[in-house]
Design a protein around this ligand. Structure first.
Ligand code: NAP
Length: 287
């Protein structure tokens, strides 16, 4: 494994194992500096979403910075996501809007961000119909080549099973919260059985998990930082990660994962921290 390691999606397309998360990076100067540092550190994948409000800034930064780093669009992997307000009938227009905000001809991976629709109660059965409608729109844009791969985020095993039973194009990827306190065993099994790539977000527990005493102790023992331990724990299991940082030193630190490894006992010790804790929103109530 190296910083250029990738996973192959069920579309045959390769996706870098380490991508750059952009949630909460909104101001144009901040996005530009972070993207510059990320490209310099070797990141080739960028994760955004309509709800992050930074697609246009990210697209602009990449267009300006790729030539500086001697890179072309084809060497970069961009993920964006359909916002919950656009589920259902508005999905196609919203996905095309993301393509145009980014200022690119296509998006490498486009996900349904959340299983629910904004302004619908979690128990409202329309949630299910809207997500099914969104998926048909994504399938069409995938067939047209506007979305090179399509997938979902924050789906539970039940949401995944319904989608997998009804879709024409199976999802390439599920993006979900995953770290030692939330190992998502059943969800990972469903993905593995169905050939769906399982991708982690909030690997650092939104910056909280780096302060966990066990994580800190492991980090001290292997002379790495707690963030590197958390990210290595995931990538060593073949799970792609998306660390976010606005700090160039930490951006580099979060990519420096490939000159050490955790032994099996340490992986187990970290995995034993699983207490189902979520740092992000819980989607399990969405029908
Ligand atoms: P995260 O990556 O777990 O943590 C980010 C936080 O950790 C920031 O506060 C950052 O602060 C801090 N941090 C970063 N590197 C660090 C280091 N080496 N040492 C100590 N602290 C560090 O959280 P996240 O942003 O929630 O998740 C990552 C990405 O996943 C997001 O940006 C987004 O792209 C994606 N995501 C997707 C969903 C979804 O619903 N699909 C949900 C959540 C996240 P600084 O910026 O100050 O460094």
């Amino acid at each position: 494994m190296s910083s250029t390691s990738s996973v192959v999606l069920n579309t045959g397309v390769s996706m870098p194992l380490v991508g750059f998360g952009t949630y909460n990076l909104c101001e144009s100067g901040e996005v530009y500096i972070a993207v510059d540092a990320a490209l310099q550190a070797g990141y080739r994948a960028f994760d955004t979403a309509a709800v992050y409000g930074n697609e246009a800034e990210l697209g602009r930064a990449l267009r300006e910075l790729l030539p500086k780093h001697g890179l072309s669009r084809e060497e970069i992997f961009i993920t964006s996501k359909l916002g919950p307000k656009d589920q259902g009938e508005r999905a196609m227009e919203a996905a095309l809007h993301s393509v145009s905000e980014l200022g690119m001809d296509y998006i490498d991976l486009y996900l349904i961000h959340w299983p629910g629709t904004r302004d619908l109660a979690v128990g409202d059965p329309c949630n299910q119909g809207n997500r099914a409608g969104s998926w048909v729109a994504l399938e069409e844009l995938h067939a047209q080549g506007k979305l090179r791969a399509i997938g979902v985020s924050n789906y539970t095993p039940a949401h995944m099973k319904t989608l997998l039973q009804s879709c024409k194009t199976p999802p390439a990827l599920l993006q979900t919260e995953f770290h030692p306190r939330l190992c998502q065993t059943e969800l990972r099994r469903v993905c593995e059985e169905q050939g769906v790539c399982f991708q982690a977000y909030s690997s650092l527990g939104k910056g909280e998990l780096v302060k966990h005493p066990v994580v800190m102790e492991v980090a001290k023992g292997c002379e790495r930082t707690p963030a590197q331990v958390l990210l290595r724990w995931a990538v060593q299991q073949g799970v792609p990660v998306l660390p976010k940082s606005s700090n160039p030193t930490r951006i580099q630190e979060n990519m420096a994962l490939f000159d050490f490894s955790l032994d099996a006992g340490t992986v187990e010790r970290l995995t034993a921290l699983d207490d189902g804790h979520k740092y992000c929103r819980d989607s399990s109530e969405v029908v």
